[in-house]
Design a protein around this ligand. Structure first.
Ligand SMILES: [Zn+2]
Length: 489
């Protein structure tokens, strides 16, 4: 790939004409060249949080993945419409319609209303993602504010003959949808749904799922709405179909989420969306991130005992240390977390920033160049184009700093790479410079005070030595009746 680095810091240039992304598409299980439905534009939906508790650090991995995707596409010149839902109703502790309602249970435990819980944890979520330098989505949509859209979509599904009503709930009938389970490569005959939890006796098939509940195990279900099927609340999966199509159109480019969403949540989203519109495929590319694992187990809230970003901060880490740690693993590989490996990431990020600061000290400001650094940008782009390989992209950044030229062009290249990585390198570099400047000024002021004291004590040898030492460091002192000022030579 030819990548003129002079363009690397020019946001107006349309890179999508140059960059060729390939993504591993779960639908098809292969890397595929990315071609959006509309040239230059990308519609992207990433499943958002269920706001009944703090996000654990494993959840945050998914949002860093979404952020890298969005940043890469935007840097390449695409206009990206990134939509994310907030689940504040209807998500049961088991994705297959069983168990407790997560929101209701959390509200009961904490003696708050469901909406208070939702607001509190939504803010906590964005507080975490902001601290990790995760770009906020273009559209954040709450399930409770889109009930009418969900009802309208369910009506279309019903009209097309894909539903049945049983025991007070409206179900999706998967036997009417022959391609059910293709995304997950499900072998329906071998599946034993309900093995994990109590089975819903109203279901004709274990994989059928609820579109609308009117029967809740909670007598005082706080959030209920009128619907053609009775007063109740939506099944969890319908919100993602309804809201993604509302903001991105009936077909769109990319849908992402954790791999745990493949067998049920995303499988059901596809079935109900395509049943409503009849337009296949609903989504062109499905991207799924692997888990963060600790002690060989998936980290999860329902399993109890989990780490939050705040836990890491309390342990002395910067949220960006954790971001750096995550970028060190490819999003489709399991990543083993430990405090030791996070410490390693912290040390690496610190030496990365030190290296960039010393480059900045040498070359001053970044400037477009077209020198040796373009080789590193080209390799960086190749890594990102290849299914967002952040470990290889990071290695190219390190290569540039260790072996590349010390030029303003190299510094510009570092900051350009960080438009994808999001490690806040330009700010860190600027802060470092500011800290240094402030520290330097404090030191000079201290010496001036010492010199004034020496003069007062008629110790002219010391006073002259201080003036001479400063002169050698390029600082000139000017005495006046109001005191002494200093300036650089
Ligand atoms: Zn979803």
């Amino acid at each position: 790939m030819v990548f003129p680095s002079a363009l690397a810091v020019c946001p107006l240039f349309l890179y999508y004409q140059i960059m060729a992304f390939t993504f591993f598409n779960t639908a098809g299980r292969e890397k595929q060249l990315f071609t959006p439905l509309q040239e230059g534009k990308v519609g992207f939906y990433g499943c958002g949080p269920t706001v009944y508790n703090y996000a654990h650090i494993g959840n945050l991995r998914a949002y860093v993945h979404h952020d890298i995707l969005v940043r890469s596409l935007r840097r390449a010149g695409y206009e990206v419409n990134h939509v994310m839902n907030i689940t504040d109703v209807g998500h049961l502790s088991d994705d297959a319609d069983d168990g407790d309602d997560k929101m209701v249970k959390s509200a009961e435990e904490r003696g708050k209303s469901v909406l208070e819980i939702a607001d509190f944890y939504t803010q906590a979520f964005f507080n975490d993602t902001d601290r990790m330098n995760i770009t906020r989505p273009s559209v954040v949509c709450k399930a409770t504010e889109h009930i009418a859209d969900m009802i309208a979509l369910i009506e279309r599904i019903e009209k097309n003959g894909f539903t049945y009503y049983a025991g007070g709930n409206l179900y999706f009938d998967i036997t009417r949808f022959p391609s059910y389970g293709e995304l997950a490569l499900l072998r329906l005959d071998e599946q034993q749904a309900g093995a994990r939890t109590e089975q819903d006796k109203n279901k004709r098939n274990p994989h059928d799922f609820v579109l609308w509940f009117t029967k809740s195990k909670f007598e005082n279900q706080a959030l209920v709405w009128d619907s053609p099927w009775g007063r109740g609340y939506p099944g969890w999966h319908i919100e993602c179909s309804a809201m993604s199509m509302k903001y991105l159109g009936e077909n769109f480019d990319i849908h992402a989420g954790g791999i745990d969403h493949i067998p049920i949540h995303h499988t059901n989203e596809i079935a109900q969306s395509e049943a409503a519109t009849g337009k296949k495929p609903w989504v062109s590319y499905w991207l799924h991130n692997e888990f963060l694992v600790m002690d060989k187990g998936k980290m999860s809230k329902s399993a109890g005992g989990f780490l939050t970003l705040q836990t890491l901060i309390d342990e002395g880490f910067d949220p960006l240390d954790y971001r750096y740690f995550l970028l060190g693993g490819h999003y489709r590989s399991q990543l083993q977390f430990s405090m030791e490996s996070l410490q390693g990431a912290k040390n690496s990020r610190k030496s990365l920033i030190d290296k960039i600061r010393s480059l900045a000290d040498k070359v001053g400001s970044p400037a477009n160049g077209n020198g040796e650094e373009s080789r590193y940008i080209e390799a960086f782009n190749t890594a990102i184009e290849d299914d967002l390989s952040t470990p290889r992209a990071l290695a190219e950044l390190w290569g540039l700093l260790k072996e590349g030229p010390a030029t303003p062009g190299a510094l510009a290249a570092v900051f350009d790479m960080d438009r994808v990585l999001g490690l806040g390198l330009e700010t860190a570099c600027g802060d470092g410079k500011k800290d240094e400047d402030e520290g330097f000024a404090r030191e000079i002021e201290g010496l001036i005070a010492k010199r004034a004291e020496a003069k007062k004590a008629r110790d002219f040898t010391t006073a002259d030595k201080i003036r001479q030492d400063l002169k050698e460091r390029g600082i000139i002192l000017e005495d006046s009746k109001d005191g002494t000022i200093w300036k650089r030579q």
